[in-house]
Design a binder for this molecule. Structure first.
Ligand code: ZN
Length: 70
């Protein structure tokens, strides 16, 4: 994999696509948790969108932890 594709392969497996996105720095993998209503989950988020992320359920700010992988 030394070609410089900027977009992930459309039929690639999701883990590989996520890996390509996080390696590129366009997205970071994170875990979020809402202290208000206890909704929690994981997802790929643009670094600029990490601050001020709001709970989808109640609209309160969520606690976000970035998963570091290498
Ligand atoms: Zn909430």
């Amino acid at each position: 994999m030394d070609h410089h594709a900027r977009t992930p392969p459309p039929d690639g497996d999701p883990a590989a696509v996520a890996d390509a996105l996080t390696r590129s720095g366009a997205f970071v993998e994170c875990v979020f948790h809402c202290p208000e209503c206890a909704v929690a989950g994981t997802g790929l988020v643009r670094p600029a969108a990490l601050v001020g992320r709001l709970c989808a359920a109640c609209g309160d700010p969520v606690v976000v932890s970035v998963l570091e992988r290498d």
